[in-house]
Design a protein around this ligand. Structure first.
Ligand SMILES: [Zn+2]
Length: 206
């Protein structure tokens, strides 16, 4: 489904990591492969988190980590640890704070034995088998010092709505608004300080 192919060196590194056991994913043998996977998906996702679409470029300056859609921390999904279809890049908020090892996004009818990466197995927008913007649109408006974020379900998309709820995307909309208000209040404070200093300077000047 996509253009990332594992080389023989990659599969050998995976085999070596598995043979050594323990925390396979964090094996030093996998550092080059993980860098390759991360770079690939950062490019595919346009430097955005695959779930909330916040960007590692520009004003958000976020770190994107490799994301396992079916969590590698769940014994039943460990086998998909290196399946490219199961990987993407996500921000820490979506990846660690919200998703972590949760599997409530899996559809009740899901069957992972034959075709694990079918869209219907997932209630949210799957980073690889669904097309995000067919389900949810992401609008960022910057006006002067204010950043406004808005998510809209496209044609009442059920996956779009589920993704919005599951990843609490409303908090990002609220956040951006309250931060904008906070910035406004800061601006008021600093302008009042400036007034005081201005008065003092005027007094010193006589
Ligand atoms: Zn995110």
């Amino acid at each position: 489904m996509n253009g990332l192919n594992l080389t023989e060196a990659d599969t050998n590194a995976i085999k070596l990591a598995i043979s050594e056991g323990g925390d396979i994913w964090n094996s030093s043998h996998l550092i080059p492969l993980k860098r390759k996977i991360k770079n690939f998906y950062r490019n595919v996702q346009g430097e955005q988190c695959c779930y909330c679409r916040k960007s590692s470029n520009g004003e958000f300056n976020m770190v994107l980590d490799i994301e396992h859609v079916l969590p590698k921390g769940r014994p039943e999904f460990k086998k998909f640890m290196f399946r490219i279809d199961n990987l993407s890049v996500a921000c820490k908020r979506c990846n660690m704070s919200i998703k972590n090892d949760d599997i409530s996004f899996i559809s009740g009818q899901a069957d992972f034995s034959t075709q694990p990466f079918l869209s219907g197995n997932y209630k949210f927008i799957h980073p690889n088998v669904d097309s995000y913007f067919d389900h949810l649109s992401y609008d960022v408006t910057i006006r002067n010092a204010q950043t406004m974020i808005k998510y809209t379900a496209v044609n009442d998309s059920v996956k779009g709505q589920f993704t919005y709820g599951y990843f609490k995307l409303n908090e990002l909309e609220v956040d951006s608004f309250s931060k904008a208000q906070g910035a406004q209040e800061m601006a008021n404070v600093s302008s009042s300080i400036d007034d005081d200093i201005a008065r003092e300077i005027e007094e010193l000047l006589g």
